[in-house]
Ligand binder design. Structure first.
Ligand code: FES
Ligand code: FES
Length: 159
């Protein structure tokens, strides 16, 4: 069956079964590999994307359930103010270790800042608790989110 997805600001038509997880559509059909597969059962957060601005586990989101909602993946997060803040903070604090979990971490963190521009530690723990990092970067992630909340979202990355 054909589905017209609104993904990263573009309309993309895909021809898949309705019960296909969105993660497979993003990776295998649309060829965007930034969103990762970890557990497949909504327990690790590696597959996190935004659906209408909220963090969602794409491994447990069936493509038929998405409708016309706006999907955003890590490939487009730099187009948002909060995404730029988070990415800059990640660079400033050198958060990443192996990197596998990090696109999901960034998507969850960006969604948190959109909802709560100055998050408390409890807000951060609550928003990030579903994102597992085998490398244990949790302390730097928490600091980077605090740092991101102080940044100008129009600042250039990498500087
Ligand atoms: S792969 Fe989706 S939560 Fe782990
Ligand atoms: S940086 Fe390696 S799993 Fe998180």
């Amino acid at each position: 069956m054909e589905y017209d997805l609104n993904i990263n600001g573009e309309q993309r038509r895909v021809d898949v079964d309705g019960d296909t997880p969105l993660l497979w559509v993003i990776r295998d059909v649309l060829g965007m590999y930034g969103t990762k597969y970890g557990c497949g059962i909504a327990q690790c957060g590696a597959c996190t994307v935004h659906i209408d601005g909220e963090a969602a586990r794409s491994c447990q989101t069936l493509v038929e359930s998405v409708g016309s909602s706006a999907i955003m993946t890590i490939e487009a997060i730099h187009t948002t103010t909060n995404g730029r803040k988070i990415q800059k903070a990640w660079q400033d604090l050198d958060v990443v270790q192996c990197g596998y979990c990090q696109s999901g971490q960034i998507m969850s963190a960006a969604a948190l800042l959109s909802e709560t521009p100055i998050p408390t530690d409890a807000d951060i723990d609550n928003a990030m608790s579903g994102n597992i990092c085998r490398c244990g970067t949790y302390v730097r992630i928490r600091e980077a989110i605090r740092h991101a909340a102080t940044l100008d979202g129009n600042a250039k990355q990498g500087g």
